[in-house]
Each structure stands twice: as C-alpha cells, then as structure tokens.
Design a protein around this ligand. Sequence first.
Ligand SMILES: Cc1ncc(COP(=O)(O)O)c(C=O)c1O
Length: 561
Amino acid sequence: MPRSLACAARFGQQQGPGIVMVTVTVAGNCTGIIVAPLSLAPARGRCYRHRSAAMNPPDLAPAPPAPARRPALVFPRRDRLAADVRRSDSDQPLYVELAASVQRLIERDTLRPGYRVPSVRRMSLQRGVSISTVLQAYTLLENRGLLEARPQSGYYVRPRLLVSAPAPRMGRPMGRPAYVPGGDLIADLRQAALDPNFVPFAAACPHHSLFPTRKLGRLLGAAVRNDATLIGRYAMTAAYEPLAREIARRYLLAGAPLHHDELVITVGCTEAINLCLRAVTRPGDTVAIETPAYFGFLETIQSLNLKVLEIPTDPAEGICLDALRTALTQNDLKAVLVMPNFQNPLGSSMPDAKKEQLYRLLADARVPAIEDDIYGDLQFGDRRPKPLKAWDRDGLVMLCSSFGKTLAPGFRIGWTAPGRQLERVRHFKYTNTLGTAVVLQKVLADFLRDGGYDHHLRSIRRAYQGQMHLFAQAIRRHFPEGTRLSRPEGSMILWVELPAGVDTIRLHAEALRHRISIAPGPLFSVKDRYRNCLRMSCAIPWSAEIDAALKTVGDLARLQR
Ligand SMILES: Cc1ncc(COP(=O)(O)O)c(C=O)c1O
C-alpha cells in the first residue's frame, strides 16, 4: 500500500535576475533546495502543499504551472549545507544559519584546519544567497575563532587544537643555577632519527617531501655552471651579501629593520646560538633559559661549561617575567636564551606587549637576550609574529635563526644578527669554521629573490598546521584520559603532559622496541623534571602508519598506569 506524503514548497527571496530559491519539504523534512525561475513564484513566502498517495516526488508547482524557462538546479538532500541554510521552520537570520552549517562541517572535521572554505562568490552562487549574507556568515565565524581571512587568498579554517584537552601546566622555579648533566638519551634519539625504520616522533626534522628540493637542486647546478669560483675558492666573508640582503629584507617586513652588514651567516641556528653564547659568557657563567627548553640548547650550554637557571614558562604566553625579574636581581646572569615565537617544546607565543616588557626588563638590567626565532616564519595565522629584535634599540638582542625548518635543513645555513656583539661573533665565526659554504648561500639567495619562497612558506605552514591538527586529534583519541596538550599557533611541535605516574623515559625505551622514537620530558630540563611529559614532532606527513604508531605509544602509556 503506498504511504501518503505531505509535501510543501516554500518560495523564498529572489536570488538573482529571474531566479528564486524554493525550499522543498517532504513529510516535514527538508529534502532539498531548488533554484527555480521567478515565474514559478507568484508570492514570496507563500507555501504550496501537496498530499501524495505515492512515493514518487510530488509535483510542487502551483496550478496551473507556468512552463519553466530554464531547468531548475536541485541541491540533493545529502548536501547538508544547502539544506541547512534554508530550513523553512527556522526564524534565525540567514547568515547565522549559513554560519552554523559551515561550523558543523568544521566540527565534524569535513573542513579541516588550514583548508580554504569556498570563496564568498562561490558560496553565494552555490547556496543561492547574497554575497553580503556569506560575508556576514564568514565574519561571524571569524569572530568565533573558527575562520581566518587571509589577504588576497580567502577564508581558511583556523587551527583549533584540542579545545577540549587542557593545556599543560607551567614548570616550577628553580632554586640555584646548575651545570647540565651528561647522558646518552640524546644520542639514542639522534640514532633513531637517522634510521628510516623508526617512526621519528622525537626529532623536529621535517620530512624532505615538504621542501622544494628539485628547484634548489636546479639552482645549485646552475650556480656552479655559471661560476666555478663558488666552489673553487675559500668562503671567508661573514655573509654572502645577496643572501644577507634577502634575510634583512624579510626582517624589515617582520617589523625588525636590520642592515645586511649586521648579519653573520652560520652553519645552522646551532652555530649561531653557540657563537652568541661564546661572545657573552665565560666558562662557569650562568645563563637563564626557559623551562622546558630545547635539549639542543642544553647540549650547547654543557659544551661551553656554563650553568643554567631555568625560568618557568607559560605554555601559552612564554617566559614568566616576574620569575625572570627575581632571577635577574638574585643572580649574575650573563644572558637570557629565549624563544618568544613558538617556543620549543611548548609552542608558546609571547604577545607583543610582553615582548616589549621583556626587552625593557633586560635593557634595565643590561643583560643580553639570545633570541632563537627558528620557527618565527611558521605561523598559522596571517601575521608573522615580530621577533624580540624589533624592540632592540641598544644592540642587546642577538637574533638567531636558520632555514632548517622552512627550506633546506641539509644546507645547514643559519644566521645571527648579534647587535653590539657583532665583532666578537664575527671573530668566533672565523676561528670556528672560517666561513659558510658560499655556493649554498647563493642558491638560497636566488630562491629567496625569485624562487617563490613566500608561496612555499604558505604551503609548508598549511602542511604543518594540518599535520599538527591530525596529530592532536589522534593523541586525544589514543592517549590516556587526563592527557594535556599544548596549543601552538605555529611550528610543528606539540608538548604532551601525560597523567601523573606515566614515566616517559620508560615509555621511550618501550617505544623504541616498536621502532618508534619519542622525546621524553626530562630531556628538556637540567633537573629531573617533566617525567610524565613528552615532545611530539608533527613534521612527518600524516598516514595510517603514523596513526597506528601514536596508538601504540598511547597503549604503552596506558599500560604503565
Ligand atoms: C629551537 C631550535 N633551535 C635550533 C635548532 C637547530 O637548528 P639548525 O638545524 O638550523 O642548526 C632546532 C632544531 O630542532 C630547534 O628546534
């Protein structure tokens, strides 16, 4: 027996010349949106009803139907977005409904962080709503922190890392400066990072597929063909000038005007930090660092026979200025080593006002800052955060960075703008390595000048952002209840605080047996802290294997409880 069906067609606003939108409901449910010729809509808002004895779609046109002058476009029922927009029983403004339907797609992960949502024009055409309705809807989502507008590019889904997982807690202050203890853990991690059979969660080494290696290779070939002296002559200048100019030009855009002569090109950021530390300390001196801190800093500090004082650092807003103020009054600090932008491992970002306060604090105490800005170009939003150097009026900030996370880790090209320590740093550079490979500096200068570096940066940022989001989701799925997670707005590193009782040194040893490497928390401190924490690198493209490896780590952690 055929069932009887109640059908209705509600005619809405005119959507364009001669076109009107019709919402079709069957048995009370919205089944679709029809864009129909205006001739079919004698009265806006009027509802036509039909009761059918058959399951076939009813004839919805009012009687007598005018012949359609053009075919109607039908958005099928499964197009939830379209159906949601025109629910006839809603009294919400249209833009609020459109925003709600886009929001649902974001929450269900159909539209992932970093994805571009349909352009305003396309959405307007597709959904049959006006441009201003779409703009209002996108602005509403922007205000809710779900979308971000990128100039001349469109609207993108903002990162929303584990909104439901609490942030990690801030470390405690440290009583007295201490030397960095030795250990084999880092050697183990490096070994595993080099072995392609290991899943490398420990090393913040981006996957080679993320870099324009072919283009760089072509530039390298051309450079050598055109000028054999690039490899046939010693490189004894502090910087290859065209590269220094390109780097300086980029800092100008980032709000930190530099003269290209102020730069020393180094072998990676590692050498830059090393030279700066040597310029302002002597063995036995104390430097302040954030806690937790990148273990590479601790190794360098150890190799220079320096002591460290760990300053508590907020996972969201960076180093705690009150604790630093106290430390400056109670200790003879020779430098403060900081990462105001996307700190490794916390991912924290200092607001500009806090950077300025930090600068003033250091300037008053006449203590230099060694700033590591290696992740500064890897923001997820559209504004590159300013380096601390932007506030430097007295040459107190020694800015260090490299292309290791953005372009070519294998080239090992980094730099420093060491302010008033320029001559000392130049001297140490000569005594350390004489110079840095000029041919590689030339390739990078060529790429920065006209190789599409900004385009590449946009795509690598999107890749890191998307990967980080997937890692965060998987950690939420697989790790024990109570796990806390950082929420960086750039870079590709997550700081994971597991429930108390989980020992990440043990977890590291157990994970290695499954050919997975993780960076246990105690590596990031000179005191035996952060036992239940680990740093997770999201620098490897997402795959089912990565998901399975994260599940293994989560299962191993659960077994410890
Ligand atoms: C914070 C930080 N600084 C410096 C480095 C080392 O940089 P580079 O490879 O340019 O020497 C790293 C690498 O992981 C890092 O995370």
